[in-house]
Design a protein around this ligand. Sequence first.
Ligand SMILES: Cc1cc2nc3c(=O)[nH]c(=O)nc-3n(C[C@H](O)[C@H](O)[C@H](O)COP(=O)(O)OP(=O)(O)OC[C@H]3O[C@@H](n4cnc5c(N)ncnc54)[C@H](O)[C@@H]3O)c2cc1C
Length: 414
Amino acid sequence: MEYYVIIGCGAAGMAAAERLRRLKPDASIVMVSKDEHSHSRCMLHKYLGGERDVEGLAFTDEDFFEKNHIYWSRGQAVKRVDTAAKKVILEDGELVYDKLLIASGAVYSVPPIPNFRTADNVYGFRDLSDAVKIRKAVEEKNAKHVFIVGSGLVGLDVAYALLEQGVKVTIAEMADRILPLQTDATSAGAYQELFEKAGASFRLGIGASDSKVNDKNEITHVILANGEEIPCDFVVAAAGVRPCIDFLKDSGLEMERSLKVNEYLRTSDPDVYAAGDVTGLSGIWPNAMDQGRKAAMNMAGMPVAYTDSFCIKNTINFFGLAMLSAGDIEPKDDSCQVYTKESRSEYKKAIVKDGIVTGIQLQGDISGSGFWQHLIKNKIDISGLLKEKNIFHISYADFYGLDSTGEYIYSGQC
Ligand SMILES: Cc1cc2nc3c(=O)[nH]c(=O)nc-3n(C[C@H](O)[C@H](O)[C@H](O)COP(=O)(O)OP(=O)(O)OC[C@H]3O[C@@H](n4cnc5c(N)ncnc54)[C@H](O)[C@@H]3O)c2cc1C
């Protein structure tokens, strides 16, 4: 009997388990997770806003573990991994493995602002347990005003859920616009307007530098770098995450900021693999799942390289305004061409370098998202088409297929 152990039941762990079971019908597969419930982090704001209950955050069938004959040790933190003895040490026991997958994700970071790391009312937003704490804080404190550090997807998810419950939010962002990793000034402006209409207040290009606490060790005011004091019932830190590797420090596995893996998602130990946010290769859901599946194949002896270095892409939807953002947000240098189209209801921006699309933003109308991602991912040269067509009118219909050298052929080339 072969023994497989998977640490983590998030996107990467679950995708790996499912694939491993298909490839190894007779093996023993054990999963262990700190999480009591396997849940989608992308949906957490729906729980926070009261739109979904815990069951509504699941992203696999209810009978996933039974159906796949997988033993799940839930609500258990792995204390350490002993790679020499091939053991995973738990709080109350240990698991032996032939092959181990580490899919422990990431943890949120709290910025080093006075009191932020020690006060009792600073929360992160990564796990269901964080959402439960924030919900409880809203109810118990009858919260009226919350301060959020960071206006990325996580910070805005929290803001959105709190605004829906009538709680006012102030969001501080060091960049000059919100969602700085996904938007430019125009697309960010559209979201900012919607959030402000709903009662949010932004402080852009400025950070928090200090805070005041009361005798219960709770932050009551956050002080910005310009001296402005913002009152709050509690604080949410949404300014970044780091790979969850602290429990691996004595494992002998090679790590820097993240757990190091090679192209086969294998760590420095030949029997230990890793997938998802813990590898630092990407920080998004679909890539974590893809890595999980590929790691499982490698663990099962079917070598497959993880080569998808595809740019970060996000689909966003706040207040009904949908957006796709993939690749570059701004041109990297003067040789890039920037194409834009703007109307009351939509905004499009494409960045092209040497005939290859390197970035796309579609806001309002995200039809054709798959096509644009395909162009970027496959680095398809559209310079010929650009001579005769508006870039935003190009579609799959303009291509016949691949020629004998593997290059795409435009209709105009035939
Ligand atoms: C609020 C929020 C919104 C997001 N929105 C989006 C989005 O819209 N689109 C998108 O693509 N991505 C989004 N992401 C990112 C996405 O959720 C992650 O990229 C994805 O969850 C990574 O999957 P993972 O399996 O690597 O880690 P995770 O899903 O974090 O799973 C980690 C697992 O490891 C377990 N674990 C950790 N340490 C231990 C330990 N010591 N012992 C036992 N178990 C342990 C945890 O309990 C958990 O089960 C969002 C993330 C957050 C937090």
